[in-house]
Design a binder for this molecule. Structure first.
Ligand SMILES: NC(=O)c1ccc[n+]([C@@H]2O[C@H](COP(=O)([O-])OP(=O)(O)OC[C@H]3O[C@@H](n4cnc5c(N)ncnc54)[C@H](OP(=O)(O)O)[C@@H]3O)[C@@H](O)[C@H]2O)c1
Length: 282
């Protein structure tokens, strides 16, 4: 299976790439970045990954699978951990079962955030939430022969994400209350997709890779940057995680960095924010 995807280059045929969760924010960004490949982009209505693939998909002879389909409702996973696991563990098993070279996506939420410095690939995970546990279990299910890409605080011009929520709230209110005691690396999906292409095309070894934006900030700092860059006059009131009172515990300090040679280096999160706002026409 190793380097199978390069066979298409040797034979001159376009690489056949399957994207799961194609309606999600990362799924869409990957379609843009892998647009020169022979893409089969399946949204949830085309393949709900909690079920085995159709015959057409299982016989698809894919050179590469980019598996983004996932249960991403972190708080919802606390009330329905079985459904979250069905998607993030069972779904990943179904996708890995295709037997094609696989990129599976995971999260900074596999860590507890107590290390006090950035997390590298060899650090021991200890998820605090049901979502984090399903992602960690999903990593193991992806198979040791997959690229497991852990990233963090994703945002893009489509879908549900913090940047789009702040743009909406900032237009409606004079002040928003935002958590200031969780620190992470807000990562633009367009930049992550380029990093993924680098891993695959550069024929990097399989296994876990941390691929997240440069720099780090709190959610409140990110909100302030959004309002400055988008020219929105809305104040940010800094609050604590406890004050917000969300159901799922989240790591307080989960900054992802790579210790692996040849790891993709993504632009700083401020650059990602600018690129996202530009795509939104702001
Ligand atoms: N978002 C983040 O901050 C973040 C951070 C780190 C890692 N990640 C990981 O990165 C990957 C991509 O995340 P994202 O931000 O692009 O998420 P997203 O925007 O929520 O996209 C996920 C997509 O998967 C679909 N989906 C959910 N359950 C499915 C199922 N059973 N079968 C098929 N499709 C299903 C969703 O469809 P519906 O919309 O219809 O549910 C959605 O289109 C995921 O593995 C996620 O865990 C995300």
């Amino acid at each position: 299976m190793e380097h199978e995807h390069t066979d298409s280059v040797r034979t001159g045929r376009r690489r056949r790439v399957l994207i799961t969760g194609a309606g999600g924010q990362l799924g869409r960004a990957l379609q843009d970045v892998f647009s020169e490949d022979d893409l089969v982009a399946l949204a949830r209505e085309d393949w709900d990954v909690t079920s085995p693939p159709s015959d057409t998909v299982s016989q698809g002879k894919f050179d590469l699978v980019l598996h983004t389909a996932a249960w991403t409702d972190v708080d919802g996973a606390e009330t329905d951990p079985e459904a979250a696991a069905a998607a993030n563990v069972g779904g990943t098993a179904n996708v890995a079962g295709l037997g094609a070279p696989l990129v599976a996506f995971s999260s900074d939420y596999v860590f507890d955030g107590r290390k006090g410095e950035p997390y590298v690939e060899s650090d021991r995970p200890n998820p605090l939430s049901a979502y984090g546990r399903t992602k960690l279990h999903g990593e193991a299910t992806a198979d040791s022969d997959a690229w497991v890409v852990r990233s963090s605080w994703l945002f893009g011009a489509t879908g549900h994400n913090f940047v789009r929520t702040m743009l909406r709230l900032g237009a409606e209110r004079e002040e928003v209350a935002v958590v200031d005691d969780q620190r992470g690396c807000p990562t633009f999906v367009g930049h992550l997709a380029v990093g993924v292409r680098e891993l695959v095309d550069g024929e990097r070894a399989r296994g876990i890779w941390h691929v997240a934006a440069g720099g780090d900030c709190t959610w409140a700092e990110l909100a302030e940057a959004i309002f400055v860059d988008a020219g929105i006059a809305c104040r940010v009131r800094r609050i604590s995680t406890e004050e917000l009172g969300r159901p799922a515990p989240r790591p307080a300090h989960a900054i992802l960095r790579s210790e692996r040679e040849g790891a993709p280096v993504l632009p700083h999160w401020r650059e990602g924010l600018r690129a996202c706002l530009e795509q939104l026409g702001r």
